[in-house]
Design a protein. Structure first.
Length: 313
């Protein structure tokens, strides 16, 4: 087993880090549509999609609902929108199939559920939530995840979820002989509810032309998704292997709990400096302070709290 000292230190990326922090709110939902490089012509649509998702989560909170249900409601909106790399329209693996990862985590009891290498089911985050609610294994993968989903009443969607854009991107990746990141990347949400509980949810198709069986950071607790009422909640997007090496989501909420309000910026700076990697992260503190940082060209986002809403890329 190699030690962390075997990981080469690379120079920090020249791309400037964008960091935003929002005032503390009794309840708040912050959503991302993935870190990457969304074309200029598509940025308004990506931002609007994230704001719709944030409003879906905010409706749950305004009705007195749980942070856990709010983040799932938000992510479902993005999974149903083919603009984003999750659910319908997600990218394809090297075989031309959908292989989906998703995770949810509830900060109140540290309950979690996740699926990896799930075939075409419309809303992987719903299945991850069902895994959480069942209270058994936290992470189900591949054929086991498929069998579980069917047994729980979820219907396979087949090719109905595969878009022409996803097929074109796969053909391009094979021509180049590479795996390609999606312009919008992984999607996710964090929230705090009026009872002071936090939660996170993340969903992705991964990378175009990825190896069959490849699992990214999304369903790995502490890497792509994490929530603890005592620390905060995090949802990450970007270079999954780097996020797993650094356990970036757990590091970020630990920094929040230590009183470092710019924790999102801190961990993304470390991501670039330590591994030369790209990505972004959403955070919400136990007091309801939402923030995000990214070192990519874009990361679409939407945030909704009492009396305010903001979106952008």
């Amino acid at each position: 087993m190699s030690s962390s000292s075997s990981i080469p230190v690379r120079a920090a990326l020249p791309e400037p880090i964008r960091f935003e922090r929002f005032p503390a709110s009794e309840h708040v939902v912050l959503v991302h549509g993935g870190a990457g490089a969304v074309p200029e012509a598509s940025r308004a649509a990506h931002a609007a999609g994230c704001l719709r998702a944030a409003h879906a989560g905010a409706e749950v909170l305004r009705a007195g609902g749980r942070a856990l249900d709010a983040v799932c409601a938000a992510v479902i909106v993005l999974e149903d929108d083919p603009l984003f790399n999750a659910g319908t329209g997600a990218c394809l693996d090297e075989s031309g199939a959908l292989s989906l990862d998703a995770a949810v985590m509830d900060g109140q009891r540290l309950d979690a559920g996740a699926v990896a290498c799930l075939p075409a089911f419309a809303n992987p985050v719903r299945i991850a939530l069902r895994v959480l609610e069942a209270g058994g294994p936290i992470l189900l993968s591949g054929e086991g995840a498929r069998v579980y989903a069917v047994a729980q009443g979820f219907a396979p969607a087949g090719d109905a979820m595969v878009t022409s854009a996803a097929r074109a991107n796969l053909a391009d990746a094979k021509t180049r002989g590479a795996t390609l990141g999606w312009a919008g990347g992984t999607v996710g949400a964090v929230a705090r509810d009026a009872r002071g509980h936090v939660a996170a949810a993340t969903s992705t198709g991964g990378k175009t032309n990825k190896k069959i069986g490849r699992v990214g950071d999304t369903p790995i607790l502490g890497a792509g998704t994490y929530a603890d009422d005592a620390l905060g909640a995090a949802s990450a997007t970007g270079d999954g292997e780097a996020f797993m090496r650094l356990l970036l989501s757990k590091s970020a909420v630990d920094a929040l709990a230590a009183g470092r309000a710019d924790a999102a910026r801190e961990v993304i700076a470390h991501l670039g400096a330590r591994l030369g990697a790209l990505g972004g992260i959403l955070l919400v503190s136990p007091r309801g302070e939402a923030s995000f940082a990214r070192n990519t060209e874009t990361m679409s986002y939407g945030v909704v709290g009492p009396g305010f809403e903001v979106c952008g890329t």
